[in-house]
Design a protein around this ligand. Structure first.
Ligand SMILES: O=C(O)c1cccc(C(=O)CC[C@H]2O[C@@H](n3cnc4c(=O)[nH]cnc43)[C@H](O)[C@@H]2O)c1
Length: 208
């Protein structure tokens, strides 16, 4: 199976780069955010074809019960705030008639086995501005499922996979609770360790 690993930063996959070389697997570092992700993927996929795209990274969680470092499979991801403000609220892009904001994992008739099946499934939102103020987080909690993650790339990754009609999965390890900004609470080393352990196991099973 020809796989492309996609990550926002080199830091997120640094511990697996020797495995990519060992298993002859391509990887793409896009830069942080939806615009950088869509541009880098579109450019790369114009000249390269894959059987599976895999987006990996760290993420924030809205669920205080989630353990730092836990690895989740994002099955549905929404471009947050894509739409228009109205007098009393918000009109999503779907209602405006200009497209959609929710994108899904894509595994048409493909089984990737237990290594992916055993991961806990989650939904996510993808943001340009990381939530870090109590008032906006409290507001958001009223509308989101508790089991929801936040990243800065995921929905853009699924968008490009859909445009390219290519199978795609997204796997993220939790580095922080979405709370009032306090980076000292984040556990990026644990998230990176768990993410890369998962990734190396996955590559071993799905090498070319
Ligand atoms: O310093 C900060 O406030 C800060 C905020 C968000 C992310 C970072 C990073 O250094 C990592 C960038 C990377 O991490 C993903 N990520 C991790 N946690 C979250 C989150 O709570 N909300 C949104 N994105 C998150 C994101 O996908 C970035 O690519 C520093």
């Amino acid at each position: 199976m020809k796989i492309l690993l996609v990550a926002a930063t080199e830091l997120e996959i640094a511990d697996s780069i020797s495995s990519f070389q060992e298993f002859d697997t391509d990887y793409l570092v896009t830069g942080v955010g939806m615009v950088a992700t869509a541009y880098a993927m579109g450019k790369h996929l114009a000249n390269n074809k894959y059987d599976l795209l895999v987006n990996v990274g760290i993420a924030g969680t809205f669920n205080p019960a989630d353990e730092m470092g836990s690895v989740k499979r994002i099955v549905s991801d929404r471009i947050f705030d894509l739409g228009a403000e109205t007098k009393d609220g918000f009109m999503p892009i779907e209602e405006l008639g200009f497209g959609k904001s929710i994108y899904q994992e894509r595994l048409p008739g493909i089984s990737l086995g237990q290594h992916i099946d055993l991961l806990k499934k989650s939904t996510a939102i993808t943001v340009n501005r990381v939530h870090g103020r109590n008032s906006s987080i409290e507001q958001l909690r009223k509308t989101l499922p508790l089991d929801c993650l936040e990243s800065m790339e995921g929905a853009a990754f699924f968008y490009v996979a859909e445009e390219q009609n290519c199978p795609a999965i997204q796997v993220r390890a939790i580095s922080n609770l979405v709370e009032e900004r306090n980076v000292s609470h984040w556990d990026i080393p644990k998230a990176l360790h768990e993410l890369n352990s998962w990734l190396q196991g996955f590559l071993r099973l799905h090498r070319k």
